[in-house]
Design a protein around this ligand. Structure first.
Ligand SMILES: [Ca+2]
Length: 246
């Protein structure tokens, strides 16, 4: 960058920004090393103003980069989940998920327990998350058959209304965890959501040790969700919370 004439930078500091893990090593003899790649940004202070200058230089290291100015602090922080919680990378950012099964439980009590853990009932971003949730339910639940509360709720304008129109399978519900986005997690079971008796404003995830269970004239496929009455009782609940950055 060309600075205005007569305005000599009095101070230069560099910060390494936009850092990301890179599996492409700048050194061919260490191809498998995890590298961090950053953009070096300098802050140039003149008599009249301070400008942030993107130098275009690339910075590589095999350790998380640390600021080299006096401000200190790591630029790159890794999202970390507590033991027993699994990290997922959602479009909205990292998300830690844990499946619980400690007896029959209602929706309100499940939400309260998730709150105690510093989280909330987890929404579902996609099939990958469902796959993990189901494997955990199978591990935790004796006989591996039952449902878990998840963080999905009927939107206000669809409460008490039959399915259809603006209250379709991709529009009647929303994720309540303030993290999950989109409709990929709306993997509904056969003939669901049905808003049975117009009272099914909550959401559960069904899991069984067999792929399909026939009940009530419908097939219930493991790893699919169902709209469910919020005053119902199920065997499991799934909490989620943001990772900490370390
Ligand atoms: Ca239903």
């Amino acid at each position: 960058m060309v600075l205005p004439q007569g305005r000599t930078p009095r101070k230069r500091t560099g910060t390494k920004e936009n850092c990301a893990r890179s599996r492409t090593s700048p050194k061919e003899n260490r191809p498998k090393q995890n590298w961090y790649e950053c953009e070096l940004v300098q802050q140039r202070t003149t008599r009249s103003r301070t400008a942030r200058v993107r130098t275009g230089e690339r910075y590589y290291n095999d350790r998380p980069p640390v600021n080299d100015d006096n401000n200190g602090g790591d630029i790159v922080k890794e999202p970390v989940c507590e033991d027993g919680w699994k990290l997922f990378n959602r479009p909205s950012g990292g998300w830690c998920i844990k499946v619980f099964s400690d007896g029959l439980i209602g929706f309100g009590q499940s939400q309260a327990k998730c709150n105690v853990y510093g989280g909330t009932l987890s929404g579902i971003q996609n099939a990958d998350e469902i796959s993990y949730m189901n494997s955990e339910m199978s591990r935790l639940i004796p006989g591996a058959r039952g449902s878990a509360w998840v963080g999905g709720a009927r939107i206000n304008s669809c409460i008490g209304k039959p399915m259809g129109g603006e209250c379709g399978s991709n529009t009647a519900f929303h994720w309540t965890d303030k993290s999950a986005t989109g409709i990929d997690g709306f993997l509904w079971n056969d003939r669901q959501p049905d808003n049975y008796k117009l009272l099914q404003d909550c959401m559960v995830l069904w899991n069984a040790e067999v792929p399909v269970v026939w009940s009530g004239g419908a097939s219930w496929t493991t790893g699919r969700v169902d709209d469910f009455a919020c005053d119902g009782i199920v065997i499991s609940y799934i909490c989620g919370k943001k990772p900490t950055l370390k």
